[in-house]
Design a protein around this ligand. Structure first.
Ligand code: FES
Length: 113
């Protein structure tokens, strides 16, 4: 039987939700999976309503920055080794789920290396 991981995502759609909530997904695990791979798998196979943002996929643009188990990481380069908790990072308003408004005039969020 293939290994599975649990992925907890902090979700919030300000157009319909009163408060953020945690949604849990079970995802098949493969060695070398990135957080971005996990998010795309969820979107393709379980829940197309999950909002996240990925652009260059090579760790250059930092568009995919989010909190992975409480630390700032790039979803496209952060490898998954087990269960993970994901939430948006920064202080700007949440547009939906893991997507925040751009950092215009707001201090830049630091990546935890
Ligand atoms: S998508 Fe550009 S750094 Fe991750």
């Amino acid at each position: 039987m293939a290994k599975e991981i649990k992925v907890k995502v902090k979700r919030f759609d300000p157009s319909i939700d009163r408060d953020p909530y945690i949604q849990e997904y079970v995802v098949p695990f493969e060695d070398g999976m990135s957080v971005a791979n996990v998010l795309c798998w969820i979107s393709d196979n379980l829940d197309p309503t999950l909002a996240f943002y990925i652009s260059c996929r090579i760790g250059k643009c930092e568009a995919c920055l989010l909190k992975v188990n409480g630390k700032g990481k790039l979803a496209c380069t952060e490898l998954v080794t087990g269960d993970i908790e994901l939430e948006p990072i920064g202080k700007t308003r949440v547009i939906k789920d893991l997507v925040r408004a751009p950092n215009v005039g707001v201090p830049v969020v630091k990546l935890d290396r």
